[in-house]
Design a protein around this ligand. Structure first.
Ligand SMILES: NC(=O)c1ccc[n+]([C@@H]2O[C@H](COP(=O)([O-])OP(=O)(O)OC[C@H]3O[C@@H](n4cnc5c(N)ncnc54)[C@H](OP(=O)(O)O)[C@@H]3O)[C@@H](O)[C@H]2O)c1
Length: 149
């Protein structure tokens, strides 16, 4: 769960603060995104970067940079629509999310039909949750590798 620590000051820009939400924050792609968004496109672009996982993950175990802008929340199981929505709604300030990066991926080792079922369900529940919780949303990116669900 969230264990923010500080190294960088939030943006001092007069425009509304931007908040990034990363699904799959413990994965190869999501972990890299968390670190990248701290300084890209500029070190003050995002006032908050929220990483989501299903399994528990602490900043220290994840070896993430210490930053008060970076927060982790676990226990968001995207295969459970109602429960994942409830968990999203519990994240403080979730309504301020402007940018969503979807890098969750499930069903490793399954055949195509099961991979499709699992990942369709996860993506549908993630998008559905964001639609309910994030009225300030401006941008969503779906990271895939030539897959079609
Ligand atoms: N890896 C690459 O080199 C690469 C390159 C190009 C594109 N991509 C694409 O990027 C996407 C992510 O790939 P990846 O390699 O980063 O995947 P990954 O390392 O396997 O990470 C998957 C992420 O999804 C989360 N997840 C799995 N089941 C979940 C569930 N039921 N509810 C919520 N979260 C769940 C995992 O969280 P938990 O730890 O909580 O399970 C983990 O954070 C895929 O579409 C992949 O094809 C990957």
């Amino acid at each position: 769960m969230a264990a923010p620590t500080t190294t960088t000051s939030p943006s001092t820009s007069t425009s509304p603060p931007l908040t990034a939400l990363v699904f799959g924050a413990s994965g190869i792609t999501g972990h890299a995104l968390l670190k990248t968004l701290l300084h890209h496109p500029a070190p003050t672009t995002f006032s908050r970067i929220i990483g989501l996982t299903n399994r528990p993950l602490s900043s220290s175990i994840a070896q993430l940079p210490a930053s008060e802008r970076l927060e982790l929340y676990s226990g968001i199981n995207l295969l459970e629509r109602e429960a994942s929505l409830r968990q999203l709604q519990l994240i403080p300030g979730i309504e301020g999310v402007t940018h969503v990066y979807y890098a969750a991926y499930g069903g490793h080792g399954s055949g195509f039909a099961e991979l499709r079922r699992v990942n369709e369900e996860m993506l549908t529940n993630a998008v559905g949750g964001v639609e309910v919780c994030c009225p300030a949303l401006r941008f969503v990116t779906l990271n895939t590798w030539g897959k079609v669900w």
